[in-house]
Design a protein around this ligand. Structure first.
Ligand code: ATP
Ligand code: MG
Length: 590
């Protein structure tokens, strides 16, 4: 049935909503697709549901095509399975936890590995039952620290999540590849410009993992690529360890460097008071900066960590966090310094850092610090630095960590220069292996009658995030411009004026269009001016707009293309055919 604007539950807004940041999000609210119910929590209105249903339909088609079967698990879940997998605590503050009336711990599912695993365990017991892939399209709950950008990062959102079950590694690889192909098709159909990047497996555990990132400056994810096809999320990049160099520095020496608690002040003081023999001036890259953070473990304990890296680099908290997961990173506070009196703030050096040193604080170095290289770094006394301190000769560390902010031109794992760009994570595929199956005891009998642990994969697509991202990618100054495959309707028929004949003809055309299988949005409002109707049509963003008005007296109607703005008069008798040509033509040629 056509959506009739005279009765449609819709109120378009001329003003931007105060709580929306991104252009697409503002338009989704203004055009009546979604409304905010609470931070990160959204209500879906009729037009929004239409778009969402189309995105879901594409996903279903591609999942069904690889033989995955749709199921639906509850979102409200008991604690025990998540306790068994350790995620009740590992998930940290992102997990919505609650109690039932009997004081049992419950949670709102952030993702469903445990539940799928247990259900398969309940129902299946033999290798003959495998391989198996199951999926659902369902609400997920995560108490995100920074719900932003509307539905791009919600606290309640919809995910398509699937899980594969195989008897061995080779089977898992097959299931993984099938999902990878399906995702490629899904994101092609959704019209994203995306890259597939190597990902960090993060809180999910497991090994091989890739993300589908929509390339966009709006993205919170930074990824790198080289010119040989390597692409990875910065969290997953392993830059090579700088090879050892020959020691050229003389013995280390401590110098007075008063009032130099920052790299900037230190470099200025070095150049002013400690010029190098070879005349080169000091730069931040000659200094070794030691950054302290606190790791907050899921069990509530805190543990200090020191990261040593060149002074011209910063620690990338996201990269570091993936290395210390499930711990989260918190700042090292003044009160923490009080507990470690050997740390001279602003002048901290490797003299006191390390598990075997005075502080006992674990000390990890950036891989760009080469054995044999000489550094200026803190001398662990206020107002003093040590020069010519050679790594390997004069100081050591407890290991290395891949946590520095990457820069354009840094060498990647292939030894090639990396370029950086931003993206929004639309999908994520993981080879979980046996982590969950082991924790929850999912075993089946193999061909020889031996019990073997099932190996799993897990795969997610952000459904509501996809709607949000399509909106961000498809808009202009006056409104949304939906790609045909996901538009809330194929055509928006607008009847203007007060002439009954116009409305009668419009209703007739709407019926014909529907009979041809098209989804129609019909502006049949009687007391609304043509100007308002046109503005609404532009805002709502259905790709083809058919206007019936004064021209009807001369036998013509107007056909508008929302994206190009092109408009042309067509004879009213040919209107349906013309609309069909626009709609089908573009779909076929897409
Ligand atoms: P992010 O890094 O953006 O927080 P994630 O890695 O935590 O995402 P996954 O656990 O891999 O997300 O979830 C699978 C998919 O679900 C993601 O690729 C993304 O498309 C979607 N998704 C995750 N979190 C959210 C959210 N808060 N709001 C909307 N969609 C989300
Ligand atoms: Mg992810």
């Amino acid at each position: 049935m056509a959506l009739r604007m005279s009765t449609l539950f819709l109120r378009t807004l001329r003003e931007d909503p105060a709580d929306a940041e991104l252009p697409g999000h503002k338009l989704l609210v203004r055009a009546g697709y979604i409304r905010r119910a609470a931070p990160g929590i959204y209500t879906w209105l009729p037009l929004g549901l239409k778009v969402r249903a189309k995105v879901e339909a594409i996903i279903r088609e591609e999942m069904d095509a690889i033989g995955a079967q749709e199921v639906q698990f509850p979102a409200l879940l008991p604690r025990e399975p998540y306790e068994a997998s350790n995620r009740w605590s590992e998930y940290g503050p992102n997990l919505f936890r609650l109690k039932d009336r009997r004081d049992n711990d419950m949670l709102l599912g952030p993702t469903h590995e445990e539940m799928f695993c247990l259900t398969v365990k309940d129902m299946y017991s033999s290798y003959k039952d495998l391989p198996l892939s199951l999926y659902q399209i369902q609400n997920k709950y995560r108490d995100e620290a920074r719900p932003r950008a509307g539905i791009l990062r919600g606290r309640e959102f919809i995910m398509k999540d699937s899980y594969s079950f195989d008897i061995n590694e080779a089977g898992l690889q097959k299931s993984y590849d099938a999902h990878r192909d399906a995702y490629t098709k899904i994101f092609n159909r959704l019209g994203f410009e995306y890259v597939i990047v190597q990902a960090d497996a993060g809180a999910m555990g497991g090994s091989a993992s890739e993300e589908f990132l929509a390339v966009s400056d709006l993205g919170e994810d930074t990824f790198v690529r080289d010119d040989a096809g390597y692409a990875a999320n910065v969290e997953a990049v392993e830059v090579p360890q700088a090879p050892a160099v020959e020691i050229t520095a003389g013995p280390a020496h401590v110098e007075n460097t008063p009032d130099t608690p920052t790299i900037e002040t230190l470099v200025a003081a070095l150049n002013a008071n400690h010029p190098r023999e070879d005349g080169r001036s000091w730069t931040a890259a000659d200094t070794l900066k030691n950054v302290l953070v606190m790791l907050a473990h899921p069990d509530g304990t805190r543990e200090p960590l020191a990261v040593g890296l060149p002074g011209d680099r910063e620690v990338d908290p996201k990269r570091l966090e993936t290395k210390v997961a499930p711990a989260e990173i918190e700042p090292f506070e003044e009160s923490d310094f009080k507990r470690y009196p050997m740390l001279a703030k602003g002048y901290i050096g490797p003299g006191v850092l390390g598990e075997e040193k005075a502080s006992g604080i674990r000390y990890l170095l950036d891989p760009s610090v080469a054995e044999g290289s000489a550094w200026v770094t803190g001398a662990d006394e206020h107002g003093k630095h040590v020069l010519d301190l050679v790594y390997g000769r004069d100081f050591t560390a407890d290991g290395t960590v891949q946590a520095a902010q990457l820069r354009e031109g840094d060498l990647g794992p292939n030894g090639r220069a990396l370029t950086l760009a931003r993206g929004v994570e639309m999908g994520h595929i993981f080879q979980l292996g046996t982590k969950y199956a082991e924790a929850l005891g999912l075993k089946v009998l193999d061909e020889n009658g031996k019990l073997v642990t099932v190996t799993m994969g897990s795969y997610g697509v952000g459904v509501t995030r996809a709607v949000g991202m399509i909106a961000e990618d498809n808009l202009d100054d006056i409104g949304l411009v939906w790609p045909r495959e996901v538009a809330p309707a194929d055509v928006h028929v607008v009847a203007t004026g007060k002439d009954d004949a116009v409305f009668l003809k419009a209703a007739e055309i709407v019926n014909e269009l529907e009979a041809q299988g098209l989804d129609v949005l019909y502006d049949d409002r009687l007391k609304v001016s043509p100007g308002v109707k046109f503005k609404d049509a532009e805002l709502i963003g259905v790709p083809t707009i058919l206007v019936l008005g004064k021209g009807l007296a001369d036998g013509t109607v107007e056909l508008k293309d929302r994206r190009s703005g092109e408009r042309r008069d067509v004879p009213v008798e040919g209107a349906v055919t013309e609309v069909l040509r626009e709609v089908k033509g573009e779909v076929a040629g897409a």
